[in-house]
Design a protein around this ligand. Structure first.
Ligand code: TYD
Ligand code: MG
Length: 453
């Protein structure tokens, strides 16, 4: 019997019989790696032929009692919120994110603050290194056990002995199962280990959290592959040069995927941020041109953030356009709308846009604030700091209604703003009497008149 050679995509796990430059399944380049599988002739009967004696009685759906999923409460409110209320017994959760973003810190903090018996398995760091991190976090917990091990069989052996109530694996790419003949971090290893951990979690009812690295370069198996196996996928993201971190849920079999958790990475670990608006608004209270405040919604939470623009005369031939935290194409579109609908020309000017605090915003309700900041910088006239904005701008220059308008207004009022500029088409959605002045507009021209006339 000869061994067979196959090729596997390290990002999504697609199989091919020859090497491919671009994966036809996930469209990533250069992700195929060779894998040898030993060929065994299959003499077993198919499941259909073999199924005569096996039987499980189905249950009528009306007879199934569906209570609330039980949850293990945890101290970290942000994590609990993203998970949908706490850790579900027997669940398998994957936390993905770029190297150095703070995944190990988040998990160690969970291990240190949780009242359960926890086994924290690290294949990446020595117990000494983990202890140093724990000292930095500054919490002592007798119940947190550390194991430095990469062999899955030995890990399971330790579990049988110590019987933990929660298992954390840091990271899945460093763990290997002796059942599979390839190096740790390879597609087959990662897939096998995750599947084994899923079986373990379901059979023992012990929740498992695994950390997975995201690496586009490809030598490490991408967590895409794991997303199908696990129950919950959390994504830890942020800009490494800024302190803010956002925890999102990309898949959750036990809760909504709309919630997000916000943290600040500080000298003593991750701090939960309850009041995100206060972080993303700039600290100065001077009236400067080129700045406007947008009320956005991240997940289900309203958040006020500051947009900053700088429009200046272009010295070199082609004017520059750049946007940080905002889609550059959308900024170009907004500039074109201003040109066509409001007669404001940016053709001779460089235009830079920045969302303060290093956060990325996809909510289109930020459009009005972006336009206000750009025009404010162009005219060098400040926008009143007591005004904020929520509205999407369309190609014809119309200002469109946005979702959850009442929540946005409430947050603006709570933070002491006196006026919010919104689309006139939003007025039907406002049921309760707002605590701040509302200013309705329907076109971009109205905004320019309102602010700069
Ligand atoms: P880490 O949790 O090791 O990241 P990951 O496991 O995702 O690779 O944390 C990485 C960064 O966090 C590191 O550069 C240092 C910083 N950090 C702090 O700023 N404060 C702290 O208290 C800790 C523990 C880490
Ligand atoms: Mg780590």
């Amino acid at each position: 019997m000869k061994d067979k050679k196959i090729f596997l995509c390290s990002n999504c796990g697609n199989e091919a019989y020859k090497w491919e430059g671009k994966c036809p399944s996930c469209q990533e380049w250069n992700t195929y790696i060779e894998q040898i599988v030993s060929k065994q002739t299959n003499t077993k009967a198919t499941a259909w032929q073999d199924s005569k004696s096996e039987m499980n009685l189905p249950i009528p759906i009306l007879d199934i009692k569906a209570g609330q999923t039980p949850r293990i409460p945890i101290k970290d409110n942000e994590l609990a919120r993203v998970l949908g209320g706490g850790i579900v017994p027997g669940s398998l959760t994957l936390i993905g994110g770029d190297p150095g973003i703070g995944k190990s810190t988040l998990m160690l903090q969970l291990a240190l603050t949780c009242p359960l018996d926890i086994l924290y398995v690290s294949g990446e760091e020595s117990p000494h290194q983990i202890k140093m991190r724990a000292d930095r976090i500054g919490i002592k917990n007798q119940k947190c056990q550390i194991l430095s091990e990469t062999d899955l069989k030995k890990i399971f052996g330790t579990i049988k002995k110590t019987e933990p109530q929660l298992l954390i694996i840091d990271s899945i790419q460093t763990i290997s199962s002796p059942q599979v003949d390839s190096i740790s971090g390879s597609v087959t290893q990662v897939r096998q280990c995750t599947a084994d951990l899923q079986t373990f979690a379901k059979e023992s009812n012990i929740p498992v959290i695994i950390i997975g690295h995201i690496n586009k370069e490809g030598s490490i198996a991408g967590p895409k592959l794991l997303e199908h196996i696990v129950d919950t996928v959390l994504q830890f993201e942020g800009d490494r040069n800024h302190i803010y971190r956002i925890l999102r849920s990309k898949k959750n079999r036990f809760g909504s995927t709309d919630e997000i958790g916000i943290y600040a990475m500080e000298a003593a670990g991750l701090r939960e941020v309850e009041n995100p608006s206060e972080l993303f608004l700039s600290q100065s209270d001077e009236n400067l041109s080129g700045s406007a405040v947008a009320t956005t919604i991240e997940g289900l939470r309203p958040m006020l953030i500051e947009t900053q623009a700088l429009v200046s005369q272009a010295i070199y031939g082609n004017p520059q356009r750049s946007a940080t935290g905002f889609d550059l194409r959308r900024m170009n579109m907004l500039l074109a709308v201003l040109e066509k609908r409001a007669g404001l020309y940016f053709g001779q000017n460089d235009a830079f846009l920045n969302i303060a605090g290093g956060i990325k915003v996809a909510d289109t309700a930020i459009d009005l604030a972006v336009i206000s900041a750009l025009v404010s910088s162009l005219h060098d006239i400040p926008v009143n700091r007591k005004i904020c904005f929520a509205g999407e701008v369309g190609l014809t220059g119309e200002v469109r209604a946005v979702n959850r308008i009442e929540q946005r207004i409430e947050e603006a009022a709570r933070l002491g703003f006196e006026k919010i500029v919104i689309s006139k088409y939003n007025n039907k959605a406002i049921m309760t009497k707002p605590k701040i002045e509302l200013s309705y507009i329907s076109k971009v021209e109205d905004l320019i008149t309102l602010l700069f006339a």
